[in-house]
Design a binder for this molecule. Sequence first.
Ligand SMILES: Cc1cc2nc3c(=O)[nH]c(=O)nc-3n(C[C@H](O)[C@H](O)[C@H](O)COP(=O)(O)OP(=O)(O)OC[C@H]3O[C@@H](n4cnc5c(N)ncnc54)[C@H](O)[C@@H]3O)c2cc1C
Length: 467
Amino acid sequence: MVEASQEVYSSLHRRFNGDLLRPADGGFEDARLVWNGMFDRTPGLIARCGDIADVQKAVRAAAEVGILTAVRCGGHSLAGFSTCDGGLVIDLSRMRQVTIDPEARRARFAGGCLLGSIDTATQKAGLVFPSGVVSHTGASGLILGGGTGWLTRRFGLSCDNVEDFTLVTADGSVVRCNSKENLDLFWALRGGGGNFGVVTEFEVRLHPLTSVVLSEGLTPESDIRGLLECWRDFMAEAPIDLKWNIDLRLASHINKVPIEMRGQPVAGSSLIWTGNPEAARPYLQHALSMCHPDTVSSKIVSFLNLQTMADSDFPHGRRYYTKSGYFVDLDDATIDRMVEAVATIPSPETQIELAYLGGATARLGADETAFGDRSAPFILNLLANWADPSVDAGNIAWIRRLFNELRPAMKPGVYVNFMSGDEQDRVPEAYHVRWDRMMAVKAQYDPNNFFRLNQNVPPRKVGAEIP
Ligand SMILES: Cc1cc2nc3c(=O)[nH]c(=O)nc-3n(C[C@H](O)[C@H](O)[C@H](O)COP(=O)(O)OP(=O)(O)OC[C@H]3O[C@@H](n4cnc5c(N)ncnc54)[C@H](O)[C@@H]3O)c2cc1C
C-alpha cells in the first residue's frame, strides 16, 4: 500500500494544483484527522485538491494504481469513511467557494464546503439552504445521504433542494445531472451517499428566512414518559413551521440546571418555529408545559446563531458510536424502554436523539429519490459520545443492546448518515425496494466499485436482470 501511494504521488506531483501531503510532510498530522476519534488512521497520501481538474487527476491516478481511496468533505462520517490506512484521501477542503444568485434564490457551492460556509453566504442575501444542525459538518456527505435539520419540516431534506450536481465519476469524467440530464444519477445522488463519484459542485434552491423562535426546556425523569406520549400525539397534527426535537440524557452539572436535576435522567426539548412569532405561542406553550419551569426559555434567534449553537456539543476527536432507525409510531413499550435506558447511560454526553420528520419531507414519494420511504416520521438516533478509549467496549455495547431491544418495533430502513462503520449489512435495508436500481446505477458509473468507502452499494453484476 505504501508503494501504491508513492506511485500515485509520482503520477500527480508535477501537475497538481492543490497540496499533496505524505506522512513525513508538515501539516500531514492535522490533515489526516477526522471528526470521530475512533478512526485514527494514516493514509499514504492526502491529495488536497485545488480544483475540479485535480479531482479528475487524483481519481484517474488512483484508479490506475488500484489504491484504496477515501473522499473527504468535512470528515464527519460517523462511520469513519473519509479516511483509510495506507491509501489515498481525496480531500476537498480547499474547494469551498459559494456563489449566491439572490434574485433566482439559487446557490452554487463547491464539494468541500462546510455547512457554516454556506449559511454565512446565504444569510448575506437573507436566504437559507436547509441542512444540518452543526456548522462544522461537511455539506457533501450530509446532502448526498439526505440531510435533515431544523428546517426539514418546512423546506424538505437537503437533497430535495438540490437542482444540479456536477461530479467526477470513477473514470475521471465530469458528469452533470439534474431533472433533465442523467436522470438515474440525479435520482441516485439524492440519498445514495458517496457511491457514484466525487461531487464537486451543487446547485441548490434557497428560501427566505433570517430568524426563528427558539424554545428550550428540560423535563425531569418522572415526566419523561408523559412528555414522549404528548410529543408523539402532538407532532402528527403540528404545523410545518414547528420542529420539536427531544434528546434523552443525563442532565449536566451547570448552573442553569436546577440542582435536583443535575446528573439525573432528563428529556431536553428544543423547538423552533419558522413562521410568524405571534402564531407560535399556543404550540410552544403546549410543548413546554411538561418542562421544569426554571429550565424553560424562549427567544428569537438569528438563523446563524441557531446553526452554530450545538457546535461545541460535538467536538472533533472524541469517540462516537451510533445506531439509528425509524418508527411509524412510538408505542408505549418503546417509550418505556427508552425511559428506563436513560438511567443506565454510561457517559454523560451520550444521548437518545428523537426527531419527527413529516411536513415538507413527506411530500416526495418513496420512489422519487434514493433516500426513499418518508412515511415513518419518527427518527431515532442513539449517539454514544465519550473520551477515554479504555471504555470503548462498554459504550458501544450499551448502544447495541438498546438498539436490539428497540429494533422489533422499528420500520425496516435506516438513514445512511446515522450509521456506524460496522453496519454494512444494513445498507440493503437502507435502500430496500430501491436496492436493484441503486446497483444498476452504480454499475453504470462505477463498475469496479472504486468509490467503496461509504455505505456501499455494489455494482450490479453483468448479465443480471434489469429492474
Ligand atoms: C457533529 C455532527 C452533526 C451532524 N448533524 C447532522 C444533521 O443535523 N443532519 C444530518 O442529516 N446529518 C448530520 N450528521 C451526519 C452527517 O450527515 C454525516 O456524518 C455526513 O456524512 C457528514 O458529511 P461530511 O462531508 O462531513 O463527511 P465526510 O466524512 O467527509 O464524508 C462522508 C461520506 O461522504 C462521502 N463524500 C464526502 N464528500 C463527498 C463528495 N464531495 N462527493 C462524493 N462523496 C463524498 C465520503 O466519501 C464518505 O463516504 C452529523 C454528523 C456529525 C458528526
